[in-house]
Design a protein around this ligand. Structure first.
Ligand code: NAD
Ligand code: UDP
Length: 314
């Protein structure tokens, strides 16, 4: 009998976003191969899926070639938090660049559709606000964030060149700051840091004056956007911004976390890291028009769900 299930590979599937994506793909009736080297991901993120006969977990490093018969590939393998991607910057850029080459090579070999998890970081410290996909960005190529930013930019280039040269069916999504359950409690990102600090009544660490902005998206909204992008007509390859355009200063986020946790934490100001973008907000007109996608979960509700999760990590 003809098998209607799609066989889907998720690289970086044991990470924060990857685990939610694997869950959703299984729920939609697909077979999922989750490939991960467990650098920042963890088995605990997908342990609840291991009993599912349509779920397979493979320990593998995306910088090495990988062979599997699949119909679709989501390429998420890459550390995403500044603390983690700066830990071994050379490995970070290898992961983005060699990982993209290996995953694109596989897509070419088995004729799979492939989606790249790109990032708002490709806009760097943006001079245009909000950021539309047409903006080329303002990235420091030699700074401490460039292993991530330039790696992701090069991956986009590789995706476009494989598309132009080999006619691979590609999709590029530029993901803006995403948060939710299964973020690593110690990954150093602002949402996890602030919630963990607030739950323990420790000082909330604001880098700089807290006037820099970010626009925070709940993970379920992102997964919906990625699924819609993969399913969209082949001629729509992106890049497309997937993010929530509600913009907050980091100071406002600290206040909101303190309010929602009822914490006694005080705010402590620490030096701003080098090249920290001053502002970030997605222009999501393309996603609205081409994917009929709109983020549904706003910060208060998303934070409340995430706070409940982090309570279980204490
Ligand atoms: P994460 O660190 O939780 O997940 C990344 C996963 O990739 C982890 O499971 C990790 O072990 C795995 N990995 C890392 N290097 C690997 C390698 N060499 N081989 C195989 N697996 C490897 O981070 P996340 O937030 O879930 O991010 C997932 C993807 O989304 C990343 O590509 C990231 O760049 C992108 N993204 C995330 C955000 C965000 O706000 N979370 C924003 C923009 C883009
Ligand atoms: N940040 C902060 N305190 C923290 C962690 C981060 O003030 O404990 C700031 C950081 O300097 C940046 C913003 O919060 O301006 C978002 O940081 P994150 O690392 O979450 O994401 P990114 O900078 O990659 O958008």
């Amino acid at each position: 009998m003809y098998n209607l299930k799609k066989r889907v590979l998720v690289s970086g599937g044991a990470g924060f976003i990857g685990s939610h994506l694997c869950e959703r793909l299984l729920k939609d009736g697909n077979e999922v191969i989750c490939m991960d080297n467990f650098f920042t991901g963890d088995k605990s993120n997908i342990v609840h899926l291991l009993q599912n006969p349509y779920f397979e977990l493979v320990r593998h490093d995306v910088t090495e070639p990988f062979l599997a018969e699949v119909d679709e590939i989501y390429n998420l393998a890459c550390p995403a938090s500044p603390v983690h991607y700066q830990y071994n910057p050379i490995k970070t850029i290898k992961t983005s660049v060699m990982g993209a080459i290996n995953m694109l090579g596989l897509a070419k070999r088995v004729n799979a559709r492939i989606l790249q998890a790109s990032t708002s970081e490709i806009y760097g410290d943006p001079h245009i606000h909000p950021q539309p996909e047409s903006y080329w960005g303002n990235v420091n190529p030699i700074g401490i964030r460039s292993c991530y930013d330039e790696g992701k930019r090069c991956a986009e280039t590789l995706f476009m060149d494989y598309h132009r040269q080999h006619h691979i069916a590609i999709k590029i999504v530029r993901i803006f700051n995403t948060y939710g359950p299964r973020m690593h409690p110690q990954d150093g990102r602002v949402v996890s840091n602030f919630i963990m600090q607030a739950l323990q009544n420790k000082d909330i660490t604001i880098y700089g004056e807290g006037s820099q902005t970010r626009s925070f998206q709940y993970v379920d909204d992102l997964v919906e956007g990625m699924i819609r992008m993969m399913a969209a007509e082949p001629s729509f390859i992106g890049p497309v911004n997937i993010g929530n355009p509600n913009e907050f200063t980091i100071f406002q986020l600290a206040e909101q976390v303190i309010l929602q946790t009822g914490s006694k934490s005080q705010i402590k100001f620490l030096p701003l890291p080098q090249d920290d973008p001053q502002q970030r907000k997605p222009d999501i007109e393309v996603a609205k028009n081409c994917l009929d996608w709109n983020p549904k979960i706003q910060l208060e509700e998303g934070l409340s769900r995430t706070i409940d999760y982090f309570k279980t990590c204490l």
